[in-house]
Ligand binder design. Structure first.
Ligand code: AMP
Ligand code: MG
Length: 345
C-alpha cells in the first residue's frame, strides 16, 4: 500500500503501518537522512525479509532505530562516559553510534557482531512510526544493495515496488546522505562513515575525533574492517562515473571539457550552477543541482541526480567533487564509491 503523508501523518494509516511492522512486514518510510526499509528488529524472520528485498550481503549489519534515548538501554549495554556524551549531544539526529549489544537483538541484525548500531531519527514520520510500533526498527536505506540510497518515493518505487507491504511518502528527505556512524574506542570517537554530523562538531564536544582510514580508501573485499558496510561496492549506478575535483576553477573547467570531448560529447555532468554555461555542453546534459558553495543542497540532491543521470544512459557520468571537510567529507566519501575511486584532482 502507498500512503501519502507529505502534508501530514494520517493517524488511522499510522496504526495500519505500525501493525504491519509489529506483524513482521516491511515498511518503507522517510527519515531526515534517506528513506529506510524497516522491520521489527526483534523478529529475525522479519529482518531476513530486508536482506532479501535489498539483496544485501548477510555480513553487513543493520542500524536499529529507536523512538527516544530512554530506549537505548533496552538494546545496548555498558554505555561509557564518552558514548553518553555523544548520545546527549547528537541523538536524536543524523547520528548512529555503535554500542555493546544486549542479547535481545538477534544475530541477523548485527551480523553476529557483539555490537549494535543505534540511531534515533528526528524526522516526525520516522519518530511516529517507531514510537507507535513499540519495537526497535531495523532500517537500512531503501534501495537495492550497492545502488544510491533512496531519497524520494519516485526513485524508490522504481526499485522496490512490490517488495514491501507499505510505502510511506514524506516527500524528499532533508539531508539526502546517510547518518554519521561513530564507534568509541578507548574513549575516542572514530568516524566509520561521515555524515551530516561532522568531525568538527564531534571534536567540539568530545575533545578529540578520529576518522577511520577506510573513509576515503578503496578496500579489498576480504579485508577486515570496523564497519562491514565499508567494503562493498556502494552508491553506484550502471553507467561508469568519474569524479572531477580540482580546487582550481580553471583546472576544473579545463578537465571537464577535456573529458566531454573524450567521451564524444555523450556525457551527463552533475555539478554546480556556476559551471553550466562555462562548460556549455553541445548534446549531453548538465544537471546543475546546486550553487558551488551550497553543500547542503548538493548533498540533498546528489543521489537522485545520479539515478536520473544513469537513466539517460550516457557514455559516462562526470561528477563534480567538493572539499573534504565539514559535510563535504560525507559527500566525497559517497562519491568516491559511486565513481569506484576514479578521481581526478
Ligand atoms: P545502511 O543501513 O545501509 O545505512 O548501512 C549501515 C551502516 O552501519 C553499514 O555501513 C554497516 O556496516 C554499519 N554498521 C551497522 N552495524 C554495525 C556494527 N555493529 N558495527 C560496525 N558497523 C555497523
Ligand atoms: Mg545503505
Amino acid at each position: 500500500m502507498y500512503y501519502n503523508w507529505k502534508e501530514q501523518t494520517d493517524t488511522e494509516e499510522l496504526k495500519i503501518v505500525c501493525n504491519l511492522i509489529r506483524n513482521g512486514e516491511l515498511v518503507i518510510f522517510p527519515t531526515e537522512t534517506v528513506y529506510g526499509i524497516g522491520a521489527n528488529a526483534l523478529d529475525p524472520v522479519a529482518v531476513g525479509k530486508i536482506f532479501i528485498a535489498k539483496g544485501r550481503p548477510s555480513d553487513n549489519p543493520l542500524i536499529v532505530h529507536l523512538a527516544d534515548r530512554r530506549k537505548i538501554s533496552e538494546v545496548a549495554d555498558e554505555i561509557t562516559e564518552m558514548e553518553q556524551i555523544l548520545i546527549d549531544n547528537f541523538m536524536p539526529g543524523p547520528f548512529t553510534i555503535i554500542l555493546k549489544r544486549k542479547p535481545i537483538i538477534p544475530d541477523i541484525v548485527t551480523a553476529g557482531l557483539d555490537t549494535v548500531a543505534v540511531r534515533i531519527p528526528q524526522n516526525i514520520i520516522a519518530k511516529g512510526i517507531i514510537t507507535y510500533a513499540g519495537v526497535p526498527v531495523a532500517a537500512p536505506s531503501a534501495n537495492i544493495s550497492g545502488k544510491p540510497s533512496g531519497t524520494n518515493i519516485d526513485d524508490i518505487r522504481k526499485e522496490l515496488e512490490g517488495k514491501v507491504s507499505a510505502i510511506v511518502d514524506g516527500g524528499e528527505t532533508d539531508i539526502g546522505i546517510e547518518s554519521t556512524v561513530v564507534k568509541v574506542v578507548n574513549e575516542v570517537p572514530i568516524i566509520l562513515r561521515p555524515g551530516k554530523i561532522t568531525a568538527e562538531q564531534i571534536k567540539e564536544v568530545a575533545g578529540d575525533v578520529k576518522i577511520d582510514s577506510k573513509v576515503f580508501a578503496k578496500i579489498s573485499s576480504d579485508e577486515a574492517v570496523q564497519s562491514p558496510g565499508m567494503k562493498y561496492k556502494h552508491y553506484a549506478p550502471e553507467t561508469k562515473c568519474q569524479l572531477v575535483s580540482y580546487l582550481n576553477e580553471l583546472d576544473q573547467i579545463f578537465y571537464l571539457k577535456k573529458l566531454v570531448k573524450e567521451y564524444a560529447d555523450n556525457v551527463v555532468i552533475i555539478g554546480f550552477e556556476e559551471h553550466e554555461e562555462k562548460i556549455n555542453l553541445p548534446y549531453g546534459k548538465f544537471l546543475a543541482i546546486s550553487k558551488k558553495d551550497d553543500l547542503e543542497e548538493y548533498g540533498k540532491r546528489i543521489f537522485s541526480a545520479i539515478r536520473y543521470a544513469d537513466s539517460l544512459k550516457p557514455n559516462i557520468i562526470l561528477i563534480e567533487g567538493v572539499k573534504r571537510q565539514g559535510f563535504g567529507m560525507a559527500i566525497m566519501n559517497r562519491l568516491l564509491r559511486t565513481c569506484e575511486f576514479n578521481i581526478l584532482e
